[in-house]
Write a protein that binds this ligand. Structure first.
Ligand SMILES: N[C@@H](CCC(=O)N[C@@H](CS)C(=O)NCC(=O)O)C(=O)O
Length: 211
């Protein structure tokens, strides 16, 4: 399998964690999202992913998967152990809720392409763009903080999809200088996860394309 990734991309970070947890071998190809206007906008990359975003997972069959949650679900189906979702339906819904606060409610508002649009066509100052970023992280993290009980992971003793989504979002939040002081439970979950080799290997700073 080949993962098209970018070290700072939190969506790609999610897939790197999942691949590592599953112990699936993969090679990586970097798609630099800003250099030379962004590799995602080249015709070759667009042919791979018409949405022009990472991550993209190319299977050995040649099939191409996009969208981190769809990719992670696929990996969980072809390699069920360790399971990324609990067996119990209620617990599973809870894990998905936490994961979706990050993946569906925080991240889409704070994505590079959104921030670039705010600054470019919408003509907002950098300070306003940063305030936008922090506002939506805080809204989402307020909810996550209230919903989790570190055990040590976000939803108990096992790593789940909730952790896979949360840890990359915390990385992004730190990058944009969001204070984690109001979120001791989220910070504790992040600390527990980063001790896990699958998370550590997936960290942006541990990627071959890290700058
Ligand atoms: N919902 C998508 C989001 C993918 C996404 O937006 N990726 C970002 C990086 S985190 C990207 O490639 N952005 C390209 C751009 O902003 O031009 C997923 O979960 O895979």
């Amino acid at each position: 399998m080949k993962l098209f990734t970018y070290f700072r991309s939190s969506a790609a970070y999610r897939v790197r964690i999942a691949l590592n947890l599953k112990g699936l071998p993969y090679e990586m190809e970097s798609a630099h999202l800003t250099r030379d206007g962004g590799r995602q906008y080249t015709p070759e990359f667009r042919a791979l992913n018409p949405q022009m975003r990472v991550p993209v997972l190319q299977l050995s069959s040649g099939d191409v998967l996009t969208q981190s949650l769809a990719i992670i679900e696929y990996l969980d189906e072809i390699q069920p152990e360790p399971a990324l979702l609990p067996a119990d339906a209620l617990a599973r819904a809870h894990v998905r809720a936490v994961a979706q606060i990050v993946a569906c409610d925080i991240h889409p508002l704070n994505n590079l392409v959104v921030l670039q649009y705010l600054k470019g066509p919408m003509k907002h100052e950098q300070a306003a763009v940063d305030a936008w970023y922090r506002h939506w992280v805080a809204k989402g993290f307020d909810a996550v903080e209230a919903m989790i009980t570190p055990g040590p992971y976000a939803c108990g003793v096992h790593v789940t999809l909730a952790d896979i989504c949360l840890v990359p979002q915390v990385y992004n939040a730190r990058r944009f200088k969001v204070s984690l002081d109001p979120y001791p439970k989220i910070a504790a979950v992040e600390a527990a996860c980063l001790k896990h080799p699958a998370f550590d290997k997936a960290r942006p700073e541990n990627q071959p394309d890290a700058e």
